[in-house]
Design a protein around this ligand. Sequence first.
Ligand SMILES: [Mn+2]
Length: 369
Amino acid sequence: MLSVLQHVRNRGDIHRALRPCSRNTEHLYGFSATRTETVDKRGPAITPSRTCSGKRYNVPPSAEFVARVSGIATMGKLPYQNTADGLDAAFIGVPIDTGTSNRPGARFGPRQIRAESAMLRAYNSGTRAAPYESLMVADIGDVNVNVYDLKDTCKRIREAYRTIMATGCIPLTMGGDHTIAYPILQASAEKYGPVCLIHVDAHADTSDVVLGEKIGHGTPFRRCVEEGLLDCKRVVQIGLRGTGYSPDAYEWSRAQGFRVVQVEECWFKSLASLMAEVRAQMGSRPVYLSFDIDALDPAFAPGTGTPEIAGLTPIQGLEIIRGCRGLNLVGCDLVEVSPPYDTTGNTALTAANLLFEMMCVLPKIKYYD
Ligand SMILES: [Mn+2]
């Protein structure tokens, strides 16, 4: 136990270490400001914009100068723009839960992920990735979904992603339930041809018909296969578990040529070697990464629609995403965050961090290594 005096002393050290003093902060902040300048030490009265900073890329304001809780909630406190024009990557929300089979609430996912993303800083300390020195990224808002009509919503998503991907922009999607992967992959395959898929999930999401419906969050990858959207020999499903409708719940996946990595194969181990195999399998082909937050154990991510026990750890989630470095990623999503079941906000916080990590493995990302 530290004595009170030691605590006070340590806190003083921390504050001294964090104080930027006369250090130039342009790389952190998107504009040049130092503690020795005559400007207000708390930073400017309004959040600075890239255009006034003259920076080449969008850089979110640092919490060293702008309070985390201030400003309109965009992903990572990035600027908002309403199209993907001029962007290398874009965060975009798809706020639906019309496709969920159990707990609802994923329609609130994008909003809560944006709120919790206020904790994100500009650099990846673990991998030394510098996304805001490499890519032009912004939050482009949400797809204008129809919460009364899932089929119409799928059409709207497909059309929105066609427009986004036509510019060459890589979408980083905040769900929304997993139904959304189907129309996103339709748009992806239109541009890139059948894509490789890294699907991280507790469930295979390959059901044919549920309650008489072909479209829902349990069926997207069956629809994708039927429409030839996937390079089936280069699909890997990681983290699958839970009770099944038959003794071999993943038979259909394997029959398509998918590699199924059930959660039991992931327990108690690093997934770094698995990801080395996945990279070798995918090569330089276009890859889509779809990450259902329910892949993680509900102890870490309880705020989701269809939780299953004994899941992946956040560390394994990071290993999977960081293991995608070097792949030709053409799109990523993080789906199924259900804020009404996320009483601490930790599920949305985890989702925000995983989305940041996805951005940090996109092609052309600069690393300080
Ligand atoms: Mn799913």
